[in-house]
Design a protein around this ligand. Structure first.
Ligand SMILES: NC(=O)c1ccc[n+]([C@@H]2O[C@H](COP(=O)([O-])OP(=O)(O)OC[C@H]3O[C@@H](n4cnc5c(N)ncnc54)[C@H](O)[C@@H]3O)[C@@H](O)[C@H]2O)c1
Length: 319
């Protein structure tokens, strides 16, 4: 079962799953997800993770053994304003999910966490680094991680907590890509601007303590990330151990660097400097030694121009 499987990352994971081997259930309330992203070979349940009864029934009725839990709200700026809404959905929803595993056949859970649980980092971050969430959204991911860990022995499942860095790009199939524009993701925003007559891009903060004053992030192509899920699922369901893994490429790009790449593709783009956004950290990129060692995973799409172009290509469908 994939919660949030009608969303950007969930639909890419569903596309990578071998449906000859697994029956896939997509559980999503479509708050930001879309029907057109739902994998044709999967069964769709329109459901909310805030609804414990519906979750329990779905898990039991469909005899679910593996869960990939992505359903969440993820707009960092909105989370600062609407803390209750984010707590109820992201933390309350995760608590419901683990409770729904009681007396069920669920053996393994994969949880979509975020690099934001680390807070401000100077350099590459390892999984064992102390967690110090800075934004409220990050706090909801931190609390959810703790819930997944805490209940694993009580409800008898093992887990993989995957801490995504910045996810971008679209499937080479051309059928699925990032849909929601309100999350405030840089590469999605640039892809939208590519199709505008008078394109513009905002840079939020140019006075950070980084090489060019703008924020530094580690971008991972969504197909590479989806493949990590498949490998992690196989690993934890065969060796019965739990895992925490960073999911990135181990390389940071500044916002300015990305915008400069975009400028070469879209020459008439106008760049505006804005104030810092609340909740943004100055720089963060991953140390992926553990990811490579434990899953024997290697990146395939780790070219930032390719990532940007694949997002632009997908955005054509949205126009
Ligand atoms: N996109 C990124 O860069 C990024 C980075 C780190 C972590 N994440 C995490 O990855 C996960 C997926 O993000 P995404 O980028 O695919 O976003 P998305 O908005 O495209 O997908 C989220 C999905 O969850 C569903 N959903 C939300 N609340 C729900 C609820 N109460 N019940 C049922 N379904 C619900 C939405 O309808 C949507 O389909 C999220 O947990 C997010 O926090 C994303």
């Amino acid at each position: 079962m994939i919660t949030g499987g009608a969303g950007y990352i969930g639909s890419h994971i569903a596309e990578r799953i071998n449906t000859n081997k697994y029956n896939v259930i997509i559980y999503d309330n479509l708050v930001t997800g879309r029907k057109k992203l739902i994998n044709k070979k999967a069964k769709f349940v329109k459901g909310d993770i805030k609804n414990l009864k519906q979750l329990s029934n779905t898990i039991k009725k469909n005899d679910i053994s593996l869960i990939i839990h992505l359903a969440a709200y993820l707009n960092i700026a909105e989370a600062e304003q609407k803390k209750g809404k984010y707590f109820k959905n992201n933390v309350g929803g995760t608590l419901n999910l683990v409770k729904a595993c009681e007396n069920s056949g669920v053996k393994s859970i994969i949880f979509s966490s975020s690099c934001s649980v680390y807070g401000n980092i100077n350099g590459a971050v390892k999984e064992k680094h102390k967690l110090k969430p800075k934004s409220y959204y990050a706090f909801t991911k931190f609390k959810s991680e703790k819930i997944i860990e805490k209940y694993s022995s009580k409800y008898n499942y093992n887990y993989a907590i995957l801490r995504y860095f910045n996810v971008a790009g679209a499937s080479p199939s051309g059928k699925i890509g990032e849909i929601e524009s309100s999350h405030g993701h840089l590469i999605k925003n640039l892809a939208i601007q590519y199709y505008k007559k008078n394109p513009r891009v905002n840079i939020y903060g140019n006075d950070y303590n980084t090489k060019d004053g703008t924020c530094i992030r580690d971008y991972i192509h969504v197909t590479d990330l989806a493949n990590i899920h498949i490998k992690a699922l196989k690993k934890i369901s065969s060796n019965k151990k739990s895992l925490i893994l960073n999911c990135g490429y181990g390389k940071g790009y500044s916002v300015k660097e990305i915008v400069n790449i975009f400028k070469k593709i879209k020459k008439n783009v106008k760049v505006y400097k804005q104030n810092r956004r609340k909740g943004d950290v100055a720089q963060i990129y991953s140390d992926i030694t553990r990811l490579k060692k434990v899953l024997k995973w290697r990146p395939k799409f780790n070219n930032i121009k390719f990532i940007l172009k694949s997002s632009i290509n997908w955005e054509k469908n949205e126009n």
